[in-house]
Design a protein around this ligand. Structure first.
Ligand SMILES: [Zn+2]
Length: 411
């Protein structure tokens, strides 16, 4: 049996940077292990969602799994919820939730200083007020705190998810009310505005926030809500296993990524000691992957740090993080897997601090492959490789073929 590992380095591709002698962070990084591998690998670049389209992490992953986003993408909220271990029911409306600090209607801190001191207790105290809203509208409201300021909101029993966000991704601006985009969503907007208002009045007078003030950390008094999406389970025949006939597991840390994998029916696992930051425990990923290889045909690995450093506009640190991936993640995988793929879900510019449409490099290594002449793993070198330039949804077919699960047309 062939063992496959499929490595996704988030936001891997980038732009050339003067600080790096007009190289991209990937080009500038010293990566002996990957470069050793690429000499005997097929290489290419991927437009994960399509040429000229800027992928989100959610749509980038769906595409890599072979699911056309036009058909399968229903918004990010449900992935956040699934990845946070909330059991969604058909018709649930899920939102990404950020606990934040508002003063006089103006957003002061979108992330409560990334400090969640007292938040769980605050939510417990809020239960009775939440229940009142549930009774009034005949609905269920689930609020779940994740890490730091992040959380998920799920509402069961409302009709439409077509409402605006109240997170403008900016601070020192007035927070807008949630508006409905279609008549059917009128009640959804009403419930959300009430929930936000009631939380604000409740939290302003809560003891936890008095303690936070004394500790000089921003108070938790506002709910920023975005990425509304309505849950509909994927049809059985569309689930990853039924569609491709392979058993797969997805290793990642942040909930959203685990949620995308769960949505398509993969098993998921958060390796011990990982944190989803640029300070990641990479050894933990390779150890987990190796320990799972007998049970699964494909072990997917998602590493977040490359993307976060790009959003923070830190090209030099991104370069260093890639070097650490080369030293700490790759060697053990090379020793243990027969089929190795390395790519990204999209490019993220560490100059602009956002996702860009430029394709991401990909390498594919397996026995007796038709390797080309690419000797370095980089955006500009890989484009000359034997895989050429592919659409994101194509790569899984090529991968499955090498795994022995090929689709044959004709006889
Ligand atoms: Zn991403």
């Amino acid at each position: 049996m062939v063992n496959g590992v499929f490595i996704i380095l988030d936001g891997l591709g980038d732009q050339v940077n003067k600080q790096l002698n007009n190289k991209t962070p990937l080009e500038a990084a010293k990566k002996e292990n990957i470069d050793k591998l690429i000499k005997y690998s097929e290489a290419g670049v991927l437009d994960t969602v399509g040429p000229g389209l800027v992928p989100g992490s959610d749509t980038g992953h769906l595409s890599l799994f072979g699911y056309e986003v036009e058909k399968y993408y229903r918004g990010r909220g449900i992935f956040e919820a699934l990845g946070s271990d909330i059991e969604l029911k058909e018709g649930d409306i899920a939102f990404r939730l950020d606990f934040s600090t508002v003063d006089n209607g103006v957003i002061i801190d979108r992330r409560i200083g990334r400090n969640d001191f007292g938040l769980e207790e605050l939510l417990k105290d809020f239960e009775s007020i939440k229940e009142k809203i549930e009774k009034e509208y005949g609905i269920n409201i689930i609020i779940k705190h994740g890490v730091e300021h992040r959380g998920v909101l799920v509402i069961r029993g409302l009709e439409s998810e077509k409402v605006t966000d109240n997170d403008l991704h900016e601070e020192n601006v007035k927070v807008p009310k949630i508006l409905y985009k279609e008549d059917k969503a009128k009640e959804t907007a009403e419930v959300l505005n009430k929930l936000i208002q009631d939380f604000n009045s409740f939290a302003n007078n809560n003891n936890i926030n008095k303690m936070r003030k004394e500790k000089n950390i921003p108070v938790i008094n506002y709910l920023l809500i975005r990425s509304a999406s309505k849950y509909k389970e994927l049809d059985k025949e569309d689930k990853f296993y039924n569609r491709y006939g392979v058993k797969s597991i997805f290793l990642a840390n942040p909930p959203m990524y685990l949620g995308v994998a769960k949505y398509v029916g993969m098993d998921t696992y958060k390796p011990l000691g990982t944190n989803g930051t640029s300070n990641e425990n990479l050894f933990s990923f390779s150890e987990a992957a190796v320990s799972l290889k007998e049970k699964y045909d494909i072990v997917f690995i998602h590493i977040k740090g490359t993307d976060s450093l790009s959003h923070d506009k830190k090209p030099l640190e991104k370069k260093k993080f890639i070097e650490r991936i080369d030293r700490e993640l790759i060697p053990k995988l090379v020793d243990n897997f027969d089929l190795i793929l390395i790519t990204g879900d999209h490019s993220t510019s560490s100059i602009l601090g956002r996702h860009i449409s430029d394709p991401v490099p990909v390498i594919l290594n397996y026995e007796n492959n038709r390797y080309g002449f690419v000797k370095n793993f980089s955006e500009r070198k890989c484009v000359k490789g034997t895989l050429g330039r592919l659409k994101g949804t194509d790569i899984i077919k090529i991968y499955l073929d090498k795994l022995g699960k090929y689709i044959m047309y004709g006889s």
